[in-house]
Design a protein around this ligand. Structure first.
Ligand SMILES: Nc1ncnc2c1ncn2[C@@H]1O[C@H](COP(=O)(O)OP(=O)(O)OP(=O)(O)O)[C@@H](O)[C@H]1O
Length: 356
């Protein structure tokens, strides 16, 4: 198959598996984000694909060519893979044009061809005017663009990006996201993008692979991942869900169920075929509606303005006996008005997703 294929990849350091039985197919031209908390093995997985690490078990193929298995290891320079790091890795003594042309110089490409390729790459990232400047004279975002342009001239079949926006401020990150999107459109390269920032992954990726403890827990399009997290941990990680105990009372359609949760009855979503009985329910702020006659009553801890709405942290301990897991006995509710600490608030549950 063309694209990238990981089959049951395991990487151990001192007998400890850091990447554990990871299988993933990335289609030719697809943009996949590896998303997960610090230490979950994302960077190690990327380094295995690049060829900087040897794998312990499994296999990695690209466009049908075997890159790695326990008996074979194609060196990084033979993989035609480009890597963009958060640290940019530019040569300080070379100007922008020379930095971008460097990989071509190493390959022995003629001066004229190099100049043409560099010009083209710089225009893609909007840096035509900066060709003669040194990296030290550029902003962080501009340096990252230089690194992208350098990657572009190599016409790689696969581009790996390791937290490329981690060093940039919020405003710059948004504009760089757009640059990455254009880069992807123009090159059609297969891209694997490592990040711990779910908003970034959601904005950019065709599909997101959520990693935890060295394993991939779920691979899905951003909207599907958000709407239907496969496990409690994915639910907590994506969109900051609260996961609470619930009882499925009955199915009321293929994927809708009447449940009891937080002492109230509600209609929620779940995978088809679930049977009545105990379950776990993932709830986000938007799944609650302020409702004076609502069955769930709590005490306001605080309300924070989030632009367009307030997020109210509602303590339910007073009204019932501690069924909220994890982050204390509170749920986050969206409200159009601010509420004071200690105020009473009633809500109803308008949606939710049955996990596990
Ligand atoms: N060369 C190594 N030798 C031993 N342990 C390593 C080595 N490289 C990584 N690890 C360990 O593997 C685990 C995963 O590291 P990795 O850098 O892949 O995680 P990550 O998800 O990319 O995290 P971060 O976002 O913090 O970089 C960590 O516990 C790390 O300490």
């Amino acid at each position: 198959m063309s694209g990238l294929r990981l089959r049951s990849v395991v990487k151990r350091f001192d007998d400890t598996p850091v990447v554990n039985d990871v299988s993933l197919d990335v289609k030719q031209g697809e943009f996949v984000a590896l998303l997960g908390p610090s230490g979950c093995g994302k960077t190690t997985l990327l380094r295995l694909v690049a060829g900087f690490e040897r794998l312990s078990e499994g296999a990695i193929e690209a466009d049908g060519e075997l890159f790695s298995d326990p008996g074979r290891h194609v060196p990084p320079e033979k993989r035609n893979i480009a890597i963009v790091f958060q640290s940019y890795a530019l040569w300080p003594h070379l100007n922008v044009g020379e930095n971008v042309g460097y990989p071509l110089r190493v390959r022995g490409v003629s001066r004229a061809d190099r100049d043409a390729a560099v010009k083209q790459a710089l225009s893609v990232v909007g840096l035509e005017q900066q060709a003669d400047r040194r990296p030290a004279d550029l902003s962080g975002g501009q340096r990252q663009r230089v690194a992208l342009a350098r990657c572009l001239v190599m016409e790689p079949r696969i581009v790996l990006l390791d937290e490329p926006l981690a060093n940039l401020d919020v405003a710059l990150r948004a504009s760089m996201e757009e640059t990455f999107r254009q880069f992807h459109e123009k090159t059609g390269a297969t891209m694997v993008y490592v990040t711990h920032d779910q908003a970034e992954a959601m904005a950019l990726a065709d599909r997101i692979a959520v990693m935890e403890g060295g394993r991939i827990r779920q691979v899905d399009a951003p909207t599907a991942l958000y709407a239907r997290p496969a496990t409690e941990s994915v639910a907590r990680f994506i969109g900051d869900s609260r996961v609470v105990d619930a009882t499925i009372l009955e199915a009321v359609g293929d994927d809708r169920y009447r449940v009891e949760a937080l002492g109230a009855h509600a209609l929620v979503r779940g995978r088809p075929g679930r049977q009545p009985g105990p379950a776990r329910l993932s709830l986000r702020g938007g799944d609650f509606m302020p409702d004076e006659a609502g069955p769930v009553v709590g005490q306001v801890r605080r309300s924070v303005f989030r632009g367009g709405h307030f997020v109210v942290s509602l303590d339910l301990a007073a009204s019932r006996g501690g069924a909220v897991a994890g982050e204390g006995d509170a749920v986050e509710v969206h409200s159009s008005v601010s509420l004071a600490h200690g105020e009473r608030m009633a809500v109803s549950i308008t949606d939710g997703w049955l996990v596990g």
